[in-house]
Design a protein around this ligand. Structure first.
Ligand code: GLU
Length: 421
């Protein structure tokens, strides 16, 4: 991976930018440039061919000054320690911006889930928890789902943890199925939160969501729900969607039943009947009002940022826009809202799940969504007002830097109160 696309270098660069604009204390800055704890584990798993394969996994606890470390686990063939470090930093800023009582963490295993059967997946998930079990807990570090990990995987992981500690501990992990005390509203809370932000941003930009054209990159948990909820909540028209194979475009809007049929029959949304096939690159450059990258990092870079046609970019994925692209979008007058604001609905939903688990008292879905709306709408307003305050002083900043300033300031103040510097 070229150094300028190394996610951890990017995360550090973003922090450095915010630190210089806000005049962050140099000692706090040094603490915040590196993770507090980094764990690399090896996980032997007996595979279906009878041979034991050794997988490598990571768990990084970036900072826990504001509360137990919190963040998902990714299963990905290209997983790397630097990616997990970056994602754990972004989790720290995410929980801080949302002002929920957590720090930031992230985990990952280098594996290809598409090549594994269910038994292998379960063995790997349990093996990972045995490897990191001593370092997690409801008041230490609380994992959750992310790319290619599911509620079922969370249930296996919780069960393995319960075996280790010899009691039921649902608050050790979030994003669980409802049967084992997941939360109502958690499965679509990432997308739901992102769409509450979209609603607020559309008001600011004067975009009418009923007539706006939307493109979504990704058909995983975030992308798929972003698509269905855009229609359901706002009657909005999603004209393009993609998965790892490619994209499909229809000016009149895409039909869910046909998309799902394409997925089951051909394995990709590209098998959609009718519509126009596009590459993922073409989807990003399509003529739409709102672009929602909801897949993986480094999608909008210095190479294609000047070809983006949307008025609003909502980063529902983690790290989809590189710093050079961020500048280009900003200069071109495109409102690019940062990942750790836009996708914070996921961890806010997780926070509600954890609170319910700890109290053993459960809420209905509408209560979850209302509380989510309140928190994320405030994060958006805080971000925009911080940006305005700096712009008015003559220091023009991006929404990302504004969000960083709020988040970093809170973490720095918590570290100061604890006497870390
Ligand atoms: N993986 C999600 C994220 O990146 C959710 C994390 C969590 O719920 O802890 O925000």
């Amino acid at each position: 991976m070229p150094e300028e696309l190394n996610p951890f270098k990017i995360a550090q660069e973003q922090l450095d930018e915010a630190a210089s604009v806000m005049g962050l204390d140099e000692q706090a800055h040094q603490i915040l440039r590196e993770p507090m704890r980094t764990l690399t584990v090896t996980i032997p798993v007996k595979m279906k061919d009878g041979k034991t394969h050794t997988f490598q996994g990571f768990r990084v606890q970036y900072n826990d000054a504001r509360g137990p470390a919190k963040g998902g686990i990714r299963f990905h063939p290209q997983e790397s320690l630097d990616t997990v470090k970056a994602l754990s930093a972004w989790m720290t800023w995410k929980t801080s911006l949302a002002n929920i009582p957590f720090g930031g963490a992230k985990g990952g295993i280098i594996c290809d889930t598409k090549q594994m059967n269910e038994d292998e997946l379960q063995a790997l998930s349990r093996g990972y928890i045995r490897a990191i079990g001593k370092f997690i807990g409801p008041n230490i570090d609380i994992p959750a789902p992310d790319v290619y990990t599911t509620p079922q995987i969370m249930a296996w992981m919780m069960d393995e943890y319960d075996n280790i500690v010899r009691h039921n501990e649902p608050g050790v992990i979030t994003g669980k199925p409802l049967e084992v005390w997941g939360s109502e509203g958690r499965s679509d809370s990432t997308a739901m939160g992102g769409l509450f932000v979209m609603r607020e941003a559309a008001k600011t930009l004067g975009i009418d969501l009923k007539t706006a054209k939307i493109a979504v990159q990704g058909f995983g948990n975030a992308g798929k729900y972003a698509y269905t909820l855009s229609k359901k909540l706002f009657g909005a028209n999603v004209v393009a969607i993609s998965d790892s194979e490619g994209a499909i475009y229809d000016d009149k809007g895409l039909d869910l039943a046909k998309l799902e049929k394409a997925k089951t029959d051909t394995g990709s949304v590209q098998g959609y009947e009718g519509g126009k096939k596009l590459t993922n690159e073409q989807l990003l450059e399509s003529e739409v009002d709102i672009l929602i990258p909801a897949a993986i990092e480094n999608q909008i870079t210095g190479k294609n940022a000047d070809k983006i046609n949307a008025k609003l970019v909502l980063e529902l994925a983690n790290g989809p826009v590189t710093p050079d692209a961020d500048k280009i979008l900003h200069e071109r007058g495109i409102l690019d809202l940062p990942d750790f604001l836009v996708n914070s609905g996921g961890v806010i939903g997780s926070y509600f799940e954890w609170v319910q688990n700890i109290n053993g008292y459960y809420w209905p879905a509408d209560e979850v969504y209302q509380k989510l709306d309140k928190i994320i709408t405030k994060s958006f307003a805080d971000t925009m007002s911080t940006k305005k305050a700096y712009d008015d002083k003559g220091t023009k900043i991006t929404p990302r830097t504004a969000a960083y300033i709020i988040a970093v300031d809170r973490v720095a103040k918590a570290m100061k109160a604890r006497g870390w510097y």
